[in-house]
Design a protein around this ligand. Structure first.
Ligand SMILES: NC(=O)c1ccc[n+]([C@@H]2O[C@H](COP(=O)([O-])OP(=O)(O)OC[C@H]3O[C@@H](n4cnc5c(N)ncnc54)[C@H](OP(=O)(O)O)[C@@H]3O)[C@@H](O)[C@H]2O)c1
Length: 231
């Protein structure tokens, strides 16, 4: 497949959890997939012929720009930009700290905003999709999770604005809002505590379906909650 016909994805946080499942599904569908994460090269299928890994911290804006230049040089264009790199943990008001605020907002908000800025020039007009992996925490509030919820609400505002700003280029913007998903970020929980959690593969399948819809269709919001309700 030559460079102009092969579909190209850039996935921040594509090495683990929900992002890993999206990377793997797109690779299996024949996409070229660029993964950005601090330990991107640890991605389980990093030796797949379609996979390129970039060890990048999304809080480092120069490193993101450098990765975008590398992707431009090797792939030339991008059809799907998935902003999945994120962190989350409880921050009760009584103990929430500035360090936690900085980590949550620098990763979940600034990392996604400036990755979008760096890769937007590479997105194919009339074809491309940007997918923000937000959360149910981007539409509701949860006790003890205020900083995470605030970061995901901020991400929702950015995503909604990008949908309008990039509409003249016919670039579609999707916000994915999962409930609780069993990923390495919940490795500290016991199996019985995660019995009702979703499988990251299910979230990836829906996300990839939205990415692959014809260019006339835009899934603006993909809200997938746990069957038992909010967890
Ligand atoms: N799991 C859930 O229940 C759930 C529910 C709703 C939404 N989400 C959202 O889904 C996304 C993925 O979550 P997950 O549960 O799949 O998490 P995960 O398993 O912990 O994976 C997080 C991914 O993000 C990368 N990452 C984290 N910090 C980064 C940084 N500073 N720079 C670059 N990459 C970074 C990680 O790679 P490195 O550590 O190598 O950098 C990894 O690839 C997050 O945005 C999260 O908020 C998760």
């Amino acid at each position: 497949m030559n460079q102009t016909t092969q579909r190209v994805a850039v996935i921040t946080g594509g090495s683990l959890g929900i992002g890993e499942a999206i990377s793997t599904q797109l690779l299996n569908l024949g996409w070229r997939v660029h993964i950005l994460a601090r330990r991107a090269s640890s991605y389980v299928h990093s030796d797949h012929y379609g996979c390129r890994t970039h060890d990048v911290d999304v809080r480092d804006l120069d490193a993101i720009k450098e990765a975008a230049e590398t992707v431009a040089g090797s792939s030339g264009h991008v059809d799907a930009l998935v902003l999945c790199a994120g962190v989350g943990y409880p921050t009760p008001l009584t103990s929430a700290s500035r360090v936690q605020y900085d980590e949550l907002f620098d990763t979940n908000v600034a990392g996604s905003i400036f990755s979008t800025q760096a890769f937007a020039p590479l997105l194919r007009d009339g074809e491309a999709v940007i997918t923000f992996v937000s959360s149910i925490a981007g539409r509701r509030g949860f006790s003890d999770w205020s900083l995470y919820c605030a970061s995901k609400h901020a991400l929702e505002g950015f995503a909604a604005s990008m949908r309008e700003e990039l509409r003249p280029r016919r670039i579609r913007v999707t916000s994915v809002q999962p409930g609780s998903v069993d990923t390495p970020s919940y490795d500290h929980l016991q199996p019985e505590e995660k019995r009702e959690f979703m499988d990251p593969v299910s979230i990836a399948e829906l996300t990839v379906t939205a990415i692959q819809l014809p260019p006339q269709a835009c899934v603006e919001t993909l809200f997938v909650n746990n069957a038992v309700g909010d967890l």
